[in-house]
Write a protein that binds this ligand. Structure first.
Ligand code: S3P
Length: 417
């Protein structure tokens, strides 16, 4: 089997959340093109609507009528963030800046994920944030009257950084976040695109309270995290020739391409037309033999969402690969570290966890398997590709791909032969 032709993917999920949120806080009407069609971004939309924001049209093209800085309305009921950590954490920062209370809930997966990481800095800014005794959601915020802080974040998390910066826009004075390792910088770029000054100095990002946002047009690039499924599948399926077009090439997101290049993948990167604050490229992939790779802990934030599919690539590479420092993977939509190790073993590859490291030894052929997605969209799509390469198998709960990529299975089979 092989993949051929051209593929396009939904708009970047991270950038889509931010486009809706900054559009909601801006003065004027923001036009968004290329919005993600995934369920997570829809959760951000419905939460914003419950906060009084008018959003017209549907993905990929929507218009957001901004309510201006501090202009959101108190919601009538709980805000349901669904499966989306980005929705809950970023909007917690936004609500903290408003003089009202809101309570965020989520699905079974989201209410197990750690929320202290946003609660602590928001409390330090003056918000009241209540969690369960396990420091999980429901997350209740009573905001307003915030003061700026300088926060050295113990966690390398773009969601934490973004929550603080969004609260900081509504705070007195300036607010700075210092990251332990650089994470995706979409919030910073988009704040600049909306006309808010952002100070950047090494791993320190600063915003000034009261900076008003000016509505703009946002063009959202294809999601590199979705493109990664195509890129790895085409690399592994002999005889494939595939072009994946219009993918965001923000260097904080393309770590997976560097790792695949080190493994010997044949991926030609062609810069394409720019999309506002975010650059775009086409990825031209030919199948190739891979070798094992070492991925260091400092690289992980730049490819955190691509670990499952990179691990699948390692499971077909010659030799042994090691991915270091994966503790954060335990706190995703599932315990993705355990989930990916089990998925690879089901396919017949050797994989084990040593401390926070994942060690994978490649095999030439996958076995048809019954794979549990653990209701995690990235494990579901990784498992599907594994089963496709094996020539058969089952993915339990495959439907959760809709979180980031509703048309994945149909699009994939249309290019597979
Ligand atoms: C995201 C940041 C990352 C990533 C998630 C999206 C974002 O999470 O895994 O899919 O949009 O800011 P963390 O901030 O928890 O690392």
């Amino acid at each position: 089997m092989k993949l051929s032709g051209e593929a396009r993917v939904p708009g970047d999920k991270s950038v889509s959340h931010r486009a809706l949120i900054l559009g909601a806080l801006a003065d004027g009407e923001t036009a968004v093109e290329g919005l993600s069609s995934g369920a997570d971004v829809h959760s951000t939309r419905t939460c914003l609507e419950a906060l009084g924001v008018e959003i017209s049209g549907s993905a990929p093209n929507v218009r957001v009528r901004g309510r201006g800085l501090g202009g959101l309305k108190e919601p009538a009921g709980d805000l349901d963030a669904g499966n989306s950590g980005t929705t809950m954490r970023l909007l917690a920062g936004v609500v903290a800046g408003h003089g009202f209370s809101a309570r965020f809930t989520g699905d079974e997966s989201l209410v197990r994920r750690p929320m202290k990481r946003v609660a602590e800095p928001l409390r330090a800014m003056g918000a009241k944030v209540d969690l369960t005794p396990a420091d999980t959601a429901p997350l209740a915020v009573s905001g307003g009257g915030l003061k700026g802080i300088e926060y050295a974040s113990p966690t390398a998390s773009a969601q934490v950084k973004s929550a603080i910066l969004l609260a900081g826009l509504h705070a007195s004075g300036s607010t700075a976040v210092i990251e332990p390792v650089a994470t995706r910088d979409h919030t910073e770029r988009m704040l600049s695109a909306f006309g808010a000054p952002v100070g950047l100095s090494g791993r320190k990002v600063t915003v000034t309270g009261g900076s008003r946002l000016k509505a703009t047009k946002v063009l959202i690039p294809g999601d590199p995290s979705s493109a990664a499924f195509w890129v790895v599948a085409a690399t592994l399926a002999e005889g494939s020739e595939l072009a994946v077009r219009g993918i965001g090439s923000n260097p904080t997101r393309t770590g997976y391409l560097s790792v695949l290049a080190r493994m010997g993948a044949d991926i030609h990167r062609e810069p394409a037309r720019g999309e506002g604050g975010e650059a775009v490229e086409d990825l031209i992939v030919s199948s190739s033999e891979l070798r094992g790779v070492e991925v260091g802990a400092a690289e992980i934030p730049g490819l955190i969402d691509e670990i499952p599919i990179l691990a699948l690539a390692a499971a077909r590479a010659e030799g042994t690969s090691r991915f270091r420092g994966l503790d954060e993977l335990r706190h995703k939509e599932s315990d993705r570290l355990a989930g990916v190790a089990a998925l690879l073993r089901a396919l017949g590859a050797q994989s084990r966890i040593e401390g926070d490291d994942l060690i994978v030894t490649g095999t030439e052929k996958f076995a048809a398997a019954r794979i549990d997605s653990l209701a995690d969209h990235r494990l579901a799509m990784t498992g599907f590709i594994g089963a496709w390469l094996a020539g058969g198998g089952t993915v339990l709960g495959a439907d959760c791909a809709k979180i980031s990529y509703p048309s994945f299975y149909g699009d994939f089979m249309a290019r597979a032969s």
